[in-house]
Ligand binder design. Sequence first.
Ligand code: CDP
Ligand code: MG
Length: 680
Amino acid sequence: MPNEPDHPPAKKFKPASVLFRLDKQKAGMLLPGKPKTTTIDDQRRQLPIYQARNQLLHHLRQLHNAILIGETGSGKTTQIPQYLYEAGIGRQGLVAVTQPRRVAAISLAGRVAEEKRTHLGKLVGYSVRFEDVTSSETKLKFMTDGMLLREAISDPLLLHYTVVILDEAHERTVHTDVLFGVVKTAQRRRKELNKIPLKVIVMSATMDVDLFSEYFNRSPVLYLEGRQHPIQIYYTKRPQSDYLQAALVSVFQIHQEAPPSHDILVFMTGQEEIEALARTCRDIAKHLPDNCGSMLVVPLYASLPPTQQLRVFRDAPKGCRKVILSTNIAETSVTISGVKYVIDTGMVKAKRFNPDSGLEVLAVQQVSKAQAWQRAGRSGRKESGFCYRLYTEQEFDKFIPMTVPEIQRCNLASVMLQLMALGIQDVMNFDFMSKPSAEALRSAVEHLELLGAVERNHEHVVLTGLGKKMSRFPLEPRYAKTILLSSNYSCSEEMLSMVSLLSVDTVLYNPPARREEVLAIRKKFMSSEGDHMTLLNIYRAFQKVNGNKEWCRENFVNSRNMSLVKEVRAQLREICLKLNLKLESCGADTGKIRQCIAHGMFINAAELQPDGSYLALDTRQPVAIHPSSVLFQAKPAYVVFNELLHTSRCYMRDLCLVDADWLLHAAPQYFGRKLHPSKS
Ligand code: CDP
Ligand code: MG
């Protein structure tokens, strides 16, 4: 269906594909009255947490550690920092509120500034990667967990802060998990050194309370009474083979039957499918009969620029239904009011790591039960809600109960580098809440050793000078290394652009309906040297026209992501300047760039086999060139790839053509063992 947007589709999914029986009467009965206009102070007082304000403050004043559990929307994140501030708790320093996602940090800071009637960046500010909106006046600082971790590198005791609130703790991102240990250590050290105490508050809607309490010094758990409205859960009668199709059908089924003020939130897995479904929905909505009402489709995913993300919070015009298509970003982090229906595909795109093969892959997989409940909960916020699960109850029963923390399923090279930069001596025995496997830790250290970031000093693993420099970049170690190497190849300007291009979501806009056109246009930029060079050609052309929006549209370039590339690049360049890196451009000599990529990313090399297939050299795992690559039709002998995507097979994405000699030169010993015998 997504390939036939011009087809009048409404008829297509009538009776045969009905997934749920919608109880019309129930849906109709719940027509909400227009909410009375209330002042922002009234709104604050109406939050469930307000009832508990004094009691909470009484506890929080005394406790050094606290765990606060309360339903999403009860007011934890926006109110607790303000309560602390109003009660004068921790006034000697700042209150940090960490969030796993940047969009949450930004929107929450905005909301709290509004409640406090100040401009963002004054009393209330935020700090996320590549953006800092704080000032000397800032007391309440919303930040991503990754940012607080970066700050800890120069200030391991976190002395600027008197309170650290670790919010959305159940999400267990790698950064949050590392932060747990860092904050715990800072708290203990400050006590030992007689410094101002650090208060640590862990907040969440749902979590494994015992594990957290035990870890944080047997911390007391404070429960907030929620005000969750009942939610009706529906399952499909039969397993669905195509969750996108099922989601589409469900959206329009609800659209045709429920009052227009009832918004729909659909949980999906990633930008590409979200944008594709958004287009299909818009096309279909256009062709529906008039009595169906209009539809406003709003995508939401992490790589959308913040201003675009904020569109999900805006009300749809009267009589128009808002349909939000989101990744799991809307699962816990952002609160979107007015959602009456949740459609849960049951899928999420997440990292998976196999320490045996050393490969980290991004794969679409089933959510956990905890995630599914959390998703359902997004519908019962203002009034009762409905959650349509696009899987059967039997399937749900087989979901894993809790999501495995990311730290136990990702490549730990970045984490290890950061821990060592934090001055932690014995990284192998760091106080993790959930310890990664010994193999995973070992494999991370080996990876860093190969990159030259660490070396073994008797029993200990220590950071090298290069490793120290690498840790200054908020990037994966191999990208940091590649940038640092680039001055040897006189192509730092290009490498900065390249790494920035690879650090944001794709800058290429690929509307499926206009495939032929896209291909024709893209030919102009295509390089036989691979995707990196193709991307660089696009960036260079973009620079030439000064980021002209019209040019972006004509050339199927995502101008928002491109603007982000520019921002990221400026920040990375700043770090290079601080490190006195020689910044040169190699001009037309693009071989230099590929040589540099080969040198920095040699761990991700793959070799053509006599039978025409590819093997990843590091692990000897079979891999294939992703169809989106400009090298898809070619059969280069050696490539380095940027990432692996695991769907039906293991695909390499973003490829660069390299010479075997360059790889050998980059790591003679390593490749002495790995390269094809006839070539080494
Ligand atoms: O953290 P918790 O889920 O308990 O709630 P919160 O994020 O503090 O949100 C409490 C309420 O503030 C929400 O229900 C929204 O009504 C409002 N809010 C908002 O309007 N805009 C935001 N960006 C965040 C919250
Ligand atoms: Mg919250």
